[in-house]
Design a protein around this ligand. Structure first.
Ligand code: CA2
Length: 145
């Protein structure tokens, strides 16, 4: 079987690189996908990438990953702080996953400090900018036999 990971970017991450560079840097979503793919290739994995602003579409993609992926790298965007359904999808498919945040969510508004994924993520990378996705891939793939 091809060794593949799913890259999931949630709501509003399609706006990366268009505004708020002081918070999110200047990398675009395409840059994030390239950074992730380069790190995955180096680790011997392919990447399937999805970004959506719709929770159900993200959940369907996570369910589909059961069939042909060995792990998931996810930046859930604002759903991090609100979504039991996304947590249930990620725990339901029994794939190890890495939670990534470009910004330092612990140094921003109080409501960003809580993550519904914090206790179920195999890897958490917070506040390392777009390069954090590469770090997440390296740590996640190291856990996959
Ligand atoms: O720091 C992160 O990666 C976040 O997951 C990004 C989410 C935010 O709700 C989380 O608290 C932390 C928001 C993504 C929106 O990204 C934008 C990028 C540029 C311009 C506007 C939004």
């Amino acid at each position: 079987m091809t060794r593949r990971i799913l890259l999931v970017n949630g709501p509003n991450l399609n706006l990366l690189g268009t505004r708020d560079p002081a918070i999110y840097g200047t990398a675009t979503l395409a840059d994030v996908e390239r950074i992730t793919t380069d790190a995955a290739t180096a680790a011997g994995f392919e990447v399937r990438s999805i970004q959506s602003n719709h929770e159900g579409i993200l959940i369907d993609a996570i369910h589909a990953a059961r069939e042909d992926c060995l792990g998931i790298v996810i930046n859930p965007g604002g759903l991090t702080h609100t979504s039991v359904a996304l947590r249930d999808a990620l725990t339901g498919v029994l794939l190890p996953f890495a939670e990534v945040h470009i910004s330092d969510v612990n140094a921003r508004e109080e409501f960003r400090r809580f993550s519904y994924l914090h206790d179920v993520a195999a890897v958490r990378v917070i506040g390392e900018g777009a390069d954090g996705y590469a770090n997440a891939v390296r740590q996640l793939t190291a856990l996959i036999p």
